[in-house]
Design a protein around this ligand. Structure first.
Ligand SMILES: Nc1ncnc2c1ncn2[C@@H]1O[C@H](COP(=O)(O)OP(=O)(O)OP(=O)(O)O)[C@@H](O)[C@H]1O
Ligand SMILES: [Mg+2]
Length: 285
C-alpha cells in the first residue's frame, strides 16, 4: 500500500460539494479519484486535465456531447488506456498504468458488452461462472457447475429482478434483461467501484429508467460507488447524486441536477444557448 497522500480536490469539486443533494453521502474519503488526468491522441487532447473524485456510496454521472472524452476517461480509469499525464487513485492507492485485470482485481468493476455472456448457458449459470471466477475456482473440472454458488447467484439475480429467469438460456433473453444480467455478473465480483459506460444504450425509455432505478438501489443497499455515462438527460437528472459535464475533454461543470440544469455553460454546450432543459414543473416555460 502506498503511503503517498491523497491529491487535493479541485476547486470546482469543492464548490460542487456544497451544492450536492442531501441524498449524496457526505463521505470525506473518495473511493476513486483522478488528478489532472489527460489523454492525447496525436494532436487531439481527448481528456484534458480532468480532476474529480467519486465518494463511497455515490452515484455519479459523467455527461457530455458525443466525442467529449467520456469513454476515453473510463478507459483510463479501468486500465485500458495509459494516461498521457495525470493519475488515478483507488482507495488511496495510485493505480495509474496498471493493466485492466489488475485494476479489476483491486475492485473496479464494469458492465460488459452483451457478448460477455455465454449464450448457450442459462442466466443462473452465467452468474455462477462469474462467482466461480471471483472466488478463483477452476472452471474446467465442472464446466456447468450446477450447484456451486447457486444460492449466491440466485441472490444476485433477485437483486436485479431476474430470479424468475434463472433457468432461461441467455440466447433468448430480451435486450433489457441481458443488461440486467450484465449488472448481476459485474456485482458477482463484489466491486467497490462500478464503471458503467452508457449502460442504457439501445434500451427503450421505460427500461432505461428501470435499469437506473435498479442501479440506484444497488448503490444504496450494497454501498457500491457508481460512475456512469448517459445521454438521456431524464435518466441523469432523476438518478444521479451528482453530475459532471465534460466538453472537448474538459470538465466544465459539476453539481446536482438543479445546478447543472441552470448552468449557462452546460446549456450552451447542449443546446447552443438560450434554451433551458425541460423540467417536470416547467409548465409555464
Ligand atoms: N483510439 C483513439 N485514437 C484516436 N482518437 C480517439 C481514440 N479514441 C477516441 N478518440 C477521439 O477522442 C475523442 C473523445 O472520444 P470518446 O470516445 O472518449 O468520446 P465520448 O464522450 O465517449 O463520446 P460518445 O458520447 O460518442 O461515446 C473523440 O474525438 C474521438 O474521436
Ligand atoms: Mg463514449
Amino acid at each position: 500500500m502506498t503511503t503517498a497522500s491523497h491529491p487535493p480536490a479541485s476547486q470546482s469539486a469543492t464548490q460542487a460539494r456544497s451544492e450536492t443533494r442531501s441524498e449524496a453521502p457526505p463521505s470525506p474519503s473518495p473511493v476513486l479519484e483522478t488528478r489532472n488526468l489527460t489523454k492525447a491522441f496525436g494532436g487531439l487532447v481527448a481528456v484534458d486535465d480532468v480532476s474529480f473524485s467519486l465518494q463511497a456510496g455515490e452515484l455519479l454521472a459523467l455527461i457530455g456531447p458525443n466525442g467529449a472524452g467520456k469513454s476515453t476517461c473510463f478507459n483510463m480509469l479501468m486500465g485500458q488506456l495509459a494516461p498521457t499525464r495525470g493519475a488515478v487513485w483507488l482507495k488511496g492507492e495510485n493505480i495509474t498504468g496498471m493493466n485492466p485485470r489488475k485494476v479489476w482485481r483491486k475492485g473496479v468493476g464494469r458492465t460488459f458488452q452483451i457478448t460477455a455472456t455465454y449464450a448457450s448457458m442459462t442466466v443462473g449459470e452465467n452468474v455462477q461462472m462469474a462467482l466461480m471466477s471471483h472466488h478463483h475456482r477452476i472452471l474446467s473440472i465442472r464446466p456447468r457447475a450446477h450447484r456451486l454458488y447457486r444460492d449466491e447467484a440466485l441472490a444476485l439475480l433477485e437483486m436485479v429482478g431476474m430470479a424468475d429467469q434463472a433457468e432461461r438460456h441467455c440466447a433468448v433473453l430480451a435486450y433489457g434483461d441481458l443488461k440486467r444480467l450484465e449488472l448481476a455478473i459485474a456485482l458477482a465480483h463484489d466491486p467497490a467501484v462500478l464503471l458503467m459506460d452508457e449502460p442504457t444504450a439501445g434500451m427503450a425509455p421505460r427500461e432505461r429508467i428501470r435499469l437506473m432505478q435498479l442501479t440506484a438501489e444497488i448503490v444504496e443497499n450494497r454501498g457500491v460507488s457508481v460512475l456512469f455515462t448517459e445521454h438521456d438527460m431524464d435518466v441523469v437528472f432523476a438518478h444521479s447524486h451528482r453530475i459532471m459535464v465534460l466538453n472537448r475533454g474538459q470538465l466544465i461543470a459539476e453539481g446536482n441536477a438543479e445546478a447543472i440544469r441552470n448552468d449557462p455553460r452546460v446549456q450552451e454546450v447542449y443546446l447552443g444557448g438560450g434554451t433551458v432543459f425541460a423540467q417536470e414543473d416547467a409548465a409555464d416555460a
